[in-house]
Design a protein around this ligand. Structure first.
Ligand SMILES: NC(=O)c1ccc[n+]([C@@H]2O[C@H](COP(=O)([O-])OP(=O)(O)OC[C@H]3O[C@@H](n4cnc5c(N)ncnc54)[C@H](OP(=O)(O)O)[C@@H]3O)[C@@H](O)[C@H]2O)c1
Length: 336
């Protein structure tokens, strides 16, 4: 049990943008569990990193900061952003940046990314699963899975499985070689209803009003998976793969791009006044991805720079086991 499991209250999470801001402010100023950001002199030379959804928002800031510290960065993004790689190179002053194409709402495309990583033949030291979205209403991908279910959870589940199977991620107890996997989740996972395993993977119709509930549910899937993966990969005393997750707090990004037109001016004002710039929101991601302060640790969850614990539902081993088994069946057609 890590330190955060034994002390420190957990805030309530959030159901909407206002409670998100309140939780964020309370966790920003709480004196409990605040971790130091990665030091200015900490380098990642020689490390190879994969960041999903790296063409904009938080993902782009993560890619820039990892490249600035010397890592080779693969930006796994949808098509249509040819300029993003050049932007990251320019902003980081590094040319060790490459773009890989993937649509994470399409399991075939996620599998093709895995084939590409295998063909490249480089070990990935750090994988950051950041891509995310908040659709205005339910939509389905090519395999009929709901988009947030696939992008936030199922595609990550497949890619991690394949990376381990293909020796793209190689577990190691050597601190110099030990890989790290970081999932960008959300405090919203706390406000989700329990996962209904009878309808697991079956798309549910939702609109603007209940979209936040579905977002929360997809992030509960992700946090539950992160907890289970951290256990499955580290059965002995020593950590072989560090698996962490976090909520970056409110980020001024394009996550609300599908909000109705009438709501956009309000959201934009809230973003401008209270939401963090992606550069700042990237700090906990950088710490979990490469910071010496968490070296050798496993299963850390952060809300911004505060270490917390995931919700009881996400920590429940029965939920974790069931999610693991059910999702194994769903990814099976996309394994070799
Ligand atoms: N913004 C917040 O306040 C906040 C709070 C808590 C957690 N988060 C989490 O932080 C992460 C980053 O979000 P953000 O705020 O930076 O939002 P953003 O600016 O909208 O960026 C989201 C990224 O995900 C990518 N993406 C979406 N669907 C994809 C797909 N099907 N295939 C591949 N990539 C896809 C987007 O690519 P395109 O540009 O091609 O769509 C974009 O690069 C998300 O996981 C989000 O849930 C955000």
């Amino acid at each position: 049990m890590n330190k955060a499991h034994s002390d420190g209250p957990n805030a309530v999470g959030h159901k909407n943008v206002f409670t998100a801001v309140i939780t964020a402010i309370s966790d920003m100023f709480s004196e409990k569990g605040q971790l130091e950001p990665m030091g200015a002199d900490e380098r990642l030379d020689g490390k190879t990193v994969l960041v999903t959804g790296a063409n904009t928002g938080l993902g782009k800031a993560i890619a820039i900061q990892l490249a600035e510290r010397g890592a080779f960065v693969y930006m796994a993004c949808r098509g249509g952003h040819p300029e993003a790689g050049e932007d990251v190179k320019r902003a980081s002053g590094s040319d060790r940046v490459e773009m890989l194409k993937v649509d994470l709402s399409d399991m075939t495309s996620a599998a093709a990314l895995c084939d590409q990583l295998k063909a490249i033949g480089k070990r990935i030291d750090i994988a950051v699963f950041n891509a995310g979205l908040m659709p205005a209403k339910s939509r389905r991908g090519p395999q009929e899975f709901e988009l947030m279910f696939t992008v936030h959870f199922l595609a990550s589940r497949l890619i991690v499985h394949r990376m381990l199977e293909d020796d793209v991620i190689v577990p190691s107890t050597d601190p110099a070689l030990r890989p790290r996997i970081v999932f960008v989740s959300s405090e919203a996972h706390r406000s989700s209803k329990p996962i209904d395993f009878d309808t697991f993977g079956t798309p549910i119709d939702y609109g603007i009003k209940d979209g936040m509930g579905e977002y929360a549910r997809s992030k509960l899937h992700l946090c539950t998976y992160a907890t289970e993966l951290s256990k499955q990969l580290n059965t002995g005393d020593e950590t072989r793969v560090s698996v962490h997750s976090l909520c970056p707090g409110p980020v001024a990004s394009s996550i609300a791009r599908e909000a109705p037109r009438w709501l956009k001016p309000i959201i934009n004002s809230i973003f401008k006044l209270t939401f963090q710039a992606p550069e700042r929101a990237a700090k906990p991601v950088l710490l979990l991805a490469g910071g010496a302060a968490v070296e050798g640790r496993n299963g850390v969850y952060m809300h911004m720079m505060r270490e917390k614990v995931v919700s009881d539902l996400a920590a429940d081993p029965d939920n974790g086991g069931e999610l693991w088994r059910r999702s194994q069946t769903l990814i099976a057609p996309y394994l070799k």
